[in-house]
Design a protein around this ligand. Structure first.
Ligand code: HEC
Ligand code: HEC
Length: 284
């Protein structure tokens, strides 16, 4: 009769804590194999993909993969898909884009994206403007509210120093020619146009206005779009309507600058932005 093999007593590591000893069993085979596989996989990864950091960038890897290139590929795909639409936006008359079945909504949505990226920091995310930055939602326009006017404004900018065709005008700083009292009288006269600040027109004010201001803001105060001179008879004020704000405007003048976008945005982006702004409610 074969002898039952004696159960081998496992060796211990020799460590003992309060009489509790540690067995010295080999690692389970499945565990070891997994462990070696992860090492092999890791080496393969380092060879195939960008991995080891260097001073500028990382080792490129044999597959030539880069997350930047993946994103660029996605962008190129979208651009290629939109190319016919972009082409059509560029071909159509500006005024016909919004009503075009094929590209109308494409242009408005594209314009909204352009606006959010390039314009909202000054004009506000909803285009409602801020002190010194005009509201683009209303039908009060400094330089004109047809889609062609808006296109021109966006392309060449206003008082931009990067575009020689920029829309330009400059109100003189009347603090250099007129006394403080005269400027106070003028602030009252301007207020009287729209009945604000409890002001009424005076003979002196009317004379000062006619001599100094009417060439740009028109005899009746309704402004002049060729010079971007605001209408002074409405309730819309770019730089504030209280007497102190009016006196400051008249004394120092203002110099609102809108960047020129031709060259920085594509023709199609400028057209889309124009159509979008025109669609906001104040377009003429
Ligand atoms: C750096 C700030 C700034 C940025 C960015 C900017 N604007 Fe302007 N924008 C202005 C200012 C300031 C004016 C008013 C200038 C003036 O006083 O005549 C203006 C005026 C305008 C006007 C004319 C409004 C009128 O009443 O005639 C339009 C249209 C306009 N901006 C559209 C845009 C669009 C579209 C973009 C983005 C592509 C943009 N703006 C980006 C500052 C900015
Ligand atoms: C050469 C043309 C010119 C003359 C002359 C002129 N203005 Fe202006 N005025 C402008 C322009 C352009 C603006 C807009 C400035 C800007 O947006 O940076 C303006 C802006 C203003 C504003 C600010 C309006 C607002 O919505 O906040 C007031 C107020 C004003 N002018 C009053 C006067 C008075 C009063 C006089 C005469 C003493 C005068 N202007 C003479 C061109 C002129």
């Amino acid at each position: 009769m074969a002898k039952k093999p004696e159960k081998k007593e496992p060796t211990t590591t020799g460590h003992s804590w309060d009489g509790v000893e540690e067995f010295n069993n080999p690692l389970p085979r499945w565990w070891l194999i997994t462990f070696y596989l992860t090492i092999i996989w890791g080496i393969g990864y380092i060879i195939a993909y960008p991995a080891i950091p260097l001073i500028n960038g990382a080792t490129p890897g044999l597959l030539g993969y880069s997350s930047r290139a993946e994103v660029q590929k996605d962008i190129d795909e979208v651009n290629a898909r939109n190319a016919p639409l972009v082409e059509r936006v560029n071909q159509l008359e500006l005024a016909a884009i919004a009503g075009d079945e094929e590209v109308g909504s494409f242009a408005v949505n594209g314009g909204r994206a352009v606006f959010a990226t390039f314009c909202s920091q000054c004009h506000g995310s909803g285009a409602a403007g801020a002190l010194g930055y005009p509201n683009l939602l209303d039908n009060d326009w400094l330089w004109g509210g047809t889609v062609e006017d808006i296109y021109e404004t966006i392309s060449v900018g206003i008082r931009s120093d990067t575009n020689i065709d920029t829309r330009f005008s400059q109100m003189p700083a009347f603090g250099e020619f007129l006394s403080k009292e005269e400027i106070g009288v003028l602030a009252q006269e301007v207020s009287a146009f729209s009945g604000i600040n409890g002001a009424s027109s005076t003979e002196e004010g009317a004379l000062l206005y006619a001599d100094n201001c009417s060439a740009c803001h028109a005899v009746d105060g309704t402004g002049d779009r060729f010079q971007g001179a605001p209408n002074l008879t409405d309730a819309i004020w770019l730089y504030g309507s209280n007497l102190a704000a009016l006196e400051k405007t008249i004394t120092e003048s203002r110099f609102g600058v809108m960047p020129a976008w031709s060259g920085r945005l594509s023709e199609s982006q400028i057209r889309q932005a124009s159509v979008y702004i025109h669609s906001l409610g104040g377009g003429e």
